[in-house]
Ligand binder design. Structure first.
Ligand code: IVH
Length: 684
């Protein structure tokens, strides 16, 4: 574009953007959609990059008043972004190492084979995945829920640590992952500046980094001096490496920052001394760290170890001990959960613990209160570890006021008044009110719209309560009928046509859902995301799940046996599932959903070329070259189901040494049997 054309186009765009800003912010009646608006801004910012000297002085990139709650564009991660399991002690580390050794047969048999690991600081920031194609930076995404993140490409570009092109050997595709953080100094400076201008103060550098990155206007991000360390990869093509440390060499050669405290360790003792060294250095570092990450160095072992749920088996985070602070319990409140559990919560005089203001702490259950003799009015020591809910460590008895009384745990639900008996073998009391208890209904609703479930943007925990109180959403299916209540919604306090429209759009966009999310969303006791996925991958469609759960109610039925055989579903979960799907209230609810939403059949991924996809496999006897755990893991990765017992549904039995009755039963039933070496050949 010529200069004179660019000047005119920049001016035209800036006038147009200003017009839309006014329509949106002042008049509350936007003239174009949010994405059209964002694309106008992007066009302006791109042009401005090439012709910065021609940009109008008061142009959109200088206006910080632009605030939109528009969601960022979504980016699907081709390789999921995982989290890490936490350990809090040296024993935890030993257990982790033993777990790795138990999994890898060559290590479980031979103690002398070395398990090389790396130890490095766990940066307390937010993880980002950068994508490079032919060595050029193309996009950046936040972790999001691990599967889908937000597009922060423009924002990330301003970071000095993010090379726009890679140096040295350039792979055709590479995704580099790392942690964005704000240095402690920059954080202090930013907060001082925010305060001086009457703007929001950030609680800690992590929040400041997150807030600075998630700016719809990337020019604001650019002023915030964010930094990055890199430590992982996603999709890659045209290159390979054999170890974590070799990958780090590539990272450095390409121009990425690797944390200088990273070190190789060949024993548990060395890992512990690396942990000690990093803990000692912690106060001097100019960035926050919240632990040390240990990773198995060899890549072939990483691959074989694979993942459990959302965390690798080959890495773990050793978290620093929680900070402990004293405060006073003003009151003990009883909260009712979505399955009726009564949880005591201590209301506290707010205190700052590790940069976060804490005003509640969980007291777990009745027994915990009795054991620690926790009373209203007590001064207590509380702690917060990572993202977990703050806990009461102990009562400072010397500071107990004279007039306190032992806490009397209620035997009735504080919300609906139903009996709340202590269930046998359980530490908690449960409200027996079921669907007649409003607290349970609201909690179910909150869970249903939450991130891992239907993930309805703009619904939120507070709104769930308001919509319920105003009779707008009395059961889960009502969410999908909210569009008939548009006028009422618009008139709610703090709501208007625009916010109502946004919420209804968010609901519409969730009318199609995967089976595992749907199962999780139902809030069945004991069914978290992992179990929901397990059930979805076993039953594949909602209809087969429903009908087989009805059949499974009959003791001795094939469906009951099939459910009991799912590896990972114990007898209690099996019972809870059967109870849930046979309860007439739930059947009615599920019938209603049929007309309101589409529940997609479970997608069986990357199975196209697997000879065992969809098959049910039983392992029996002692395996020689791989452990039972590794065998199960690779079978599941290739799309097979692993069952604990042989039945007419079994497709294949893998026979190890000294196989007994299962081999005989398979033989009687005429089921195909193969040896361990045939199995290895098959999966290779
Ligand atoms: S490795 C597949 N290394 O901690 C595992 N993560 O709590 C990839 N994190 O989601 C993660 N420092 O955002 C790894 N040195 C480090 C890290 C690190 C910080 C973050 C990361 C991860 C989270 C898990």
């Amino acid at each position: 574009m010529r200069e004179d054309e660019a000047r005119i186009e920049l001016k035209r765009l800036s006038v147009e953007i200003a017009r839309h800003d006014k329509a949106y912010h002042k008049n509350d009646s936007p003239l174009i959609s949010d994405s059209e608006y964002d694309s106008l801004r992007r066009r302006y910012l791109n042009l401005e990059k090439g012709f910065s000297h021609l940009a109008p002085k008061d142009g959109p990139s200088t206006s910080v008043g632009y605030k939109s709650d528009t969601a960022f564009r979504k980016i699907q991660h081709t390789v999921p972004m995982l989290s890490l399991d936490n350990i809090f002690s040296d024993e935890g580390l030993n257990e982790f190492i033993m777990g790795v050794k138990r999994f890898l047969k060559e290590l479980s048999n031979d103690a002398s084979t070395e398990l090389e690991m790396v130890a490095e600081p766990k940066i307390d920031g937010l993880s980002i995945s950068l994508r490079y194609e032919s060595g050029l930076f193309v996009s950046a995404a936040t972790r999001g829920d691990g599967e889908v993140g937000e597009d922060v490409t423009e924002n990330i570009k301003s970071l000095k640590e993010v090379p726009l092109s890679l140096k040295g050997i350039v792979p055709s595709i590479i995704e580099i992952r790392g942690e964005v953080y704000m240095s402690k100094n920059d954080f202090m400076e930013l907060n001082a500046n925010q305060k001086a201008h009457g703007n929001k103060i950030f609680a800690n550098p992590r929040n400041a980094a997150a807030g600075s990155l998630r700016q719809l206007d990337p020019t604001i991000t650019a002023t915030r001096r964010l930094k990055m360390f890199f430590y992982a990869w996603g999709e890659f093509e045209g290159i390979s490496w054999e170890s974590q440390t070799e990958f780090y060499k590539y990272l450095k050669a390409w121009g990425f920052e690797v944390n200088p405290l990273m070190q190789k360790c060949d024993s548990a003792e060395n890992l512990i001394s690396a942990y000690k060294k990093i803990s000692e250095l912690r106060p001097e570092l100019d960035y926050d760290i919240d632990g040390v990450v240990y990773k198995v160095n060899r890549l072939d072992w990483q691959k074989r170890l694979g993942f459990v749920s959302r965390a690798p088996r080959w890495a773990v985070a050793h978290k620093f001990p929680a900070e402990q602070v004293e405060t006073v319990i003003t009151e003990i409140d009883i909260q009712v959960g979505r399955t009726g559990s009564l949880t005591p919560v201590a209301k506290l005089i707010p205190v700052n613990v590790g940069g976060v203001l804490v005003s509640n702490a969980t007291l777990h259950n009745e027994g915990e209160i009795q054991r620690k003799d926790i009373r209203e009015g007590d001064t207590v020591l509380i702690q917060r570890a990572g993202d977990v809910i703050p806990q009461v460590v102990k009562v400072i008895v010397e500071k107990r006021p004279k007039e306190t009384k032992a806490f009397n745990f209620p035997q009735f639900c504080p919300v609906c008044g139903s009996d709340a008996p202590r269930v046998e073998n359980e530490a908690i009391r449960r409200c027996s009110g079921g669907a007649s208890c409003n607290a349970q209904l609201v909690e179910k609703l909150r869970h249903f719209v939450s991130r891992g479930a239907f993930d309805i943007e703009g619904f939120g925990s507070r709104n769930a309560e308001i919509f319920f109180d105003k009779n707008l959403v009395l059961n889960l299916t009502d969410i999908f009928r909210l569009k008939n209540k548009r006028k009422v919604l618009e008139k709610l306090e703090g709501w208007g046509p625009k916010s109502t429209e946004k919420l209804l759009d968010a609901i519409e966009s969730r009318r199609i859902i995967s089976l595992d999310r749907f199962i999780f969303a139902l809030g069945i006791r004991g069914i978290g995301r992992t179990n929901a996925r397990l059930i979805a991958s076993h039953y594949l469609t909602i209809n087969s799940l429903r009908s087989l759960m009805i059949e499974a109610a009959v003791i001795g039925s094939e469906a009951r046996e099939d459910l009991n055989n799912i590896d990972g579903i114990g007898p209690n979960l099996a019972r809870d599932l059967i109870v849930f799907f046979n309860d007439p209230i739930n059947t009615r609810l599920l019938d209603q959903f049929e007309n309101l939403i589409t529940i997609n059949a479970h997608e069986v991924t990357n199975l196209v070329s697997s000879p065992i996809s969809g098959k049910t496999i039983v392992f029996t006897g002692t395996l020689n070259t791989i452990t039972r755990m590794e065998a199960k893991n690779s079978a599941e990765e290739l799309g097979a189901k692993v069952s604990g017992s042989v039945s007419s549904k079994t497709d294949l039995v893998v026979i190890g040494d000294n196989a007994g009755s299962k081999a005989k039963k398979a033989d009687d039933l005429g089921i195909k049997m193969i040896s361990e070496s045939e199995w290895i050949k098959l999966i290779e």
